[in-house]
Design a protein around this ligand. Structure first.
Ligand code: ZN
Length: 273
């Protein structure tokens, strides 16, 4: 235990608030790396990156304090208009799991309330009828192919599928693979690129990236959060797939939209590009 000095400073407070959930504060030791810490605490490196603003996860700073949820999971702050149903869909899970994890006796929730979403519940409702899963719960705001560009108003080719969703909505890896790029990329803003066989999957306009280059991701690994970085008219995910370096229509790879958590088709009041 010498290498792992664990401070349970938030322990009692968190237990009081969330019942079955607590946060562990961990101080980075010389020689630590994210992968080993994640393994030690039985969480995904993505969870640690999501909970802590680590600018370069491959170069952790000795002495830096990070927090790790135990068990693994997410905190969601309820917003006006949310229901347990919509929150469950955002995490591709079921209402009963959220009620159980938060000891809720009714489905009444109020704005500002913090809910714990256990990792083991996330993905319960993923539709896996095809090789890819829908990466985010939102509204298809711009299809793949030729269309009027929302910013330039000119006819242009859209290389991916836009799914509008509120800023901060979790984005899950659509398929398994290895992260090949993270960072700023011209019009894409903050982007994650995952290599999966001969395919490259791009997640653009993120507000936050929760994977690092070289990380192995599975279907459902949190790759980041929805944002509006780069050329964008509002918070949305630009989801792009390249097969042998050519873009393809992501809809061909995804489960049919009638069976998944996509709210509706439309472009009104939704981000694009
Ligand atoms: Zn787009």
């Amino acid at each position: 235990m010498k290498r792992f000095s664990i401070l349970f400073s938030l322990f009692l407070l968190s237990v009081v608030i969330f019942g079955g959930y607590l946060t562990v504060s961990y101080v980075i030791q010389p020689g630590d790396n994210l992968y080993d810490i994640a393994k030690k605490f039985k969480v995904s490196p993505s969870t640690i990156l999501d909970w802590n603003n680590l600018s370069n996860p491959l170069k952790l700073k000795t002495g830096q304090q990070i927090v790790i949820p135990q068990p693994e999971g997410f905190i969601y702050t309820v917003k006006q208009g949310d229901s347990l149903y919509t929150i469950a869909r955002m995490f591709f899970t079921v209402v009963s799991d959220i009620m159980l994890a938060n000891e809720l006796s009714s489905d009444f929730i109020r704005p500002g309330q913090k809910l714990f979403i256990p990792q083991k519940s996330v993905g319960k409702a993923f539709n896996t009828e095809k090789g890819y899963i829908w990466p985010v719960y939102g509204v298809i705001s711009s299809p793949y192919g030729w269309r009027i560009h929302p910013v330039t108003k000119q006819m242009s080719f859209h290389s991916g599928l836009d799914i509008a969703a509120p800023e901060g909505t979790p984005i899950f890896s659509s398929t398994s693979g290895t992260v090949s790029f993270t960072g700023e990329k011209s019009g894409y803003g903050l982007m994650v690129e995952v290599k999966s066989g001969n395919n490259i999957i791009r997640y653009g306009h993120l507000s936050k990236i929760t994977v690092y280059v070289g990380q192995r991701v599975e279907r459902g690994t949190l790759v980041g959060r929805v944002g509006s970085t780069g050329v964008s008219t509002g918070p949305h995910l630009h989801f792009e797939v390249l097969a042998n370096s050519e873009t393809v229509n992501p809809l061909a790879l995804l489960p049919s939209s009638s069976k998944v958590y996509v709210l509706k088709e439309g472009v009104e009041a939704a981000g694009g590009e």
